[in-house]
Design a protein around this ligand. Structure first.
Ligand SMILES: [Zn+2]
Length: 105
């Protein structure tokens, strides 16, 4: 999986193409990712103790990870990243285009 929780990503394919958001959850077994405000779905919920009125609830649905690209703030575009290993330090992810470091949250 090329994205991590907390990353800013952009949707590059599908009906939400062009939208940006933060990664909220990774569903690695399914290869899907939940991104803030992307692919909102309506859930018809029954009344529960937490939500005593029930009704229609909007929440984020998951999206295929391959439809996402990491967002590079410097290029202001979705980019692929390469991983750089440096001895004695952590792995860093760099934008393939401009080489700036993409911070992981
Ligand atoms: Zn870049």
């Amino acid at each position: 999986m090329h994205v991590r929780k907390g990353d800013t990503v952009v949707v590059i394919a599908g009906k939400e193409k062009g939208k940006r958001g933060r990664v909220l959850r990774i569903l690695s077994r399914k290869g899907r990712v939940v991104v803030e405000r992307i692919n909102m779905i309506k859930r018809h919920t029954k009344p529960t103790q937490r939500n005593p009125r029930g009704g229609i609830l909007e929440k984020e649905g998951s999206i295929q990870a391959s439809n996402l690209a990491l967002w590079c703030g410097k290029c202001s575009a979705g980019r692929r990243c390469r991983v750089e290993f440096k001895e004695g330090s952590k792995k860093r992810r760099l934008c393939v285009k401009c080489g700036s470091v993409i911070e992981s949250a």
